[in-house]
Design a protein around this ligand. Structure first.
Ligand code: AMP
Ligand code: ZN
Length: 505
């Protein structure tokens, strides 16, 4: 039985590296969380599906995982390069609500998406405004050697640390140009770690500091929360690929200043051993922009009748480092694939019930900390061994979920194998991918848009009447019921290979 070495792509070195924990047997991971000024779009949620798959894979590999995701409720400006307004202040003004209410509302909405996508709860959600005293202490510690004060705030001098911008490849042709937004900055890339409240103004969120009343900079928040909870250096820092350009280079510079270390030839000096970034979900018509009216929220997918895990599966079909294009056709195809898996699992449940042995739920129950390779390693899997090895190797190969999914297909399609063995392996693999296959039913996956005027009970009742009519050979009545349903947007699907009895158009 193989236990493939876990290789992950480190954005800092732009290479695949074998994962070697900082603390033996552990994995400490920090994920940049959402700014809770608006609903997350499904692209944002791709970042958390990715971080969740990473976490589940670390667990699979037997590491004790400590995962932290933050909630940004202050400091993130409308422009990452230090310009514009605080996103939270801006939304609060637009809605004439308090920032605290805005933050609470959108945090809850984000958490609802997290649950719907079967993203595991991290060990800790750190909320930025809970850490302001620690942020001030951190800033005080680096201010003398690395910062300077301007009228608008305390700025970090990026020339004061070695290798600034290496993560972004900022000094090479690969790098992005920088924008000088504030007059008086020493270097274009310098950024505010403390933003003073302008004289004569009062912000909804402001704190006293040695540099006057104000609020922390966004980059400072993540340096402080990650270091406080996980300790420098920790193992892995994740975020979307946009963070590779500004936010994470700035976090790294602060971490270097704080840890009194120098260059980045040793990645540990950046504060984390490995920096990982998911690529973007893109959509051609611009519906991903939060400023467009009906933007792509997970709830929109659900309202149109798609099960949220179909979106999760859609994400898993692409490698996290590849751009993924969203389309409704693609989502529909993912839903169909998920349904095939659930149907195969339903077959296994039936076979299990026929054998009359102990409950299926007990057999496939996920261990409290999640499935690990060790838990399945000792068993004789016979013909299923190849699929298990393929799965383990795929996940170890920088989270190749697309191939891992084919290993799950292989398990579910295997012929002449013990159905209970199949079930356990499908449950374990499905759980590492976060697909929750054993708790879904075909009916859960039925397309039923929220806007439909007919209820499911009404449809089922009509179909029952139709069955009776057909049994009585009253085909005129049966056709009439079918036509009535059709007028109400219900397509009756006799003999559908996927077992859909009906669908709402
Ligand atoms: P924000 O709330 O803007 O800080 O973003 C939350 C997370 O979503 C960050 O890790 C971003 O990098 C990530 N992100 C933003 N847009 C997309 C997208 N279209 N696809 C994937 N990830 C994204
Ligand atoms: Zn961050």
């Amino acid at each position: 039985m193989t236990d493939a070495p876990l290789k992950l792509f480190n954005s800092l070195t732009r290479s695949l590296e074998v994962f070697e924990p900082v603390h033996a047997g552990e994995a400490r991971v920090y994920t940049c969380g959402p700014t809770v000024y608006n609903y997350p779009h499904i692209g944002n949620m791709r970042a958390y599906v990715f971080a969740d798959v990473l976490g589940r894979t670390l667990t699979w590999k037997g590491l004790k995982l400590t995962h932290v995701i933050n909630i940004t409720d202050v400091g993130h400006l409308t422009d990452d390069a230090d310009a514009g307004e605080d996103k939270m202040e801006k939304m609060a003004a637009e809605k004439a609500q308090s920032i605290w209410d805005i933050a609470e509302h959108y945090k809850q909405a984000y958490w609802a998406d997290v649950r719907a996508l079967n993203i595991r709860q991290p060990a800790q959600w750190t909320v930025a405004t809970d850490y302001v005293p620690q942020m001030i202490e951190f800033a005080k510690g680096i201010a003398d050697k690395h910062c300077y004060e301007l009228e608008s705030g305390l700025y970090f001098d990026v020339a004061s640390v070695a290798d600034y911008g290496r993560l972004a490849r900022a000094n090479t042709e690969e790098g992005e140009g920088r924008i000088e937004a504030v007059e008086g900055k020493r270097n274009a890339a310098d950024f505010a770690i403390w933003r003073k409240t302008p004289a004569g103004e009062t912000r909804q969120m402001e704190w006293d500091s040695p540099w006057g009343k104000g609020a922390p900079g966004w980059h400072l928040e993540c340096s402080v929360m990650s270091g406080e909870v996980l300790g420098f250096p920790f193992d892995i820092h994740t975020g979307g690929i946009d963070h590779r350009e500004i936010h994470h280079p700035n976090e790294i510079a602060q971490n270097q200043a704080h840890c009194c270390t120098n260059g980045l030839d040793d990645p540990k000096n950046s504060g984390a051993r490995i920096w990982m970034h998911n690529n973007f979900l893109v959509e051609r018509s611009g519906k991903m922009s939060k400023s467009s009216g009906e933007f792509l929220r997970l709830q929109l997918l659900i309202d149109k009748g798609y099960h949220p895990l179909a979106y999760r599966l859609m994400c898993l079909q692409a490698h996290y480092r590849s751009e993924l294009e969203f389309s409704w056709e693609g989502l529909g195809a993912a839903l169909t694939r998920l349904k095939r898996m659930v149907m195969a699992v339903e077959q296994l449940k039936l076979r299990h019930a026929e054998l009359g042995s102990a409950s299926m739920a007990d057999l496939v129950a996920e261990p409290a900390e999640g499935w690990t390779l060790k838990q399945v390693q000792g068993d004789d899997w016979g013909k299923l061994q190849g699929a298990l090895d393929k799965f383990d190797a795929a996940m170890a190969d920088d989270l190749n979920t697309a191939v891992a999914l084919t290993a799950l297909d292989d398990v579910l399609a295997a012929k002449k194998v013990d159905p209970d063995k199949k079930a356990v392996l499908a449950a374990a693999i499905g759980a590492v991918l976060g697909l929750n296959l054993f708790n879904l039913t075909r009916a859960d996956l039925r397309i039923r848009p929220k806007a439909a005027s007919i209820t499911e009970e009404e449809i089922e009742a009509a179909l029952d009447r139709r069955k009776e009519a057909r049994a009585a050979k009253d085909f005129a009545a049966s056709d009439a019921i079918r036509d009535e349903l059709s007028e109400q947007g219900v397509e009756v699907m006799d003999g559908d290979p996927l077992g859909w009895e009906w669908k709402l158009a």
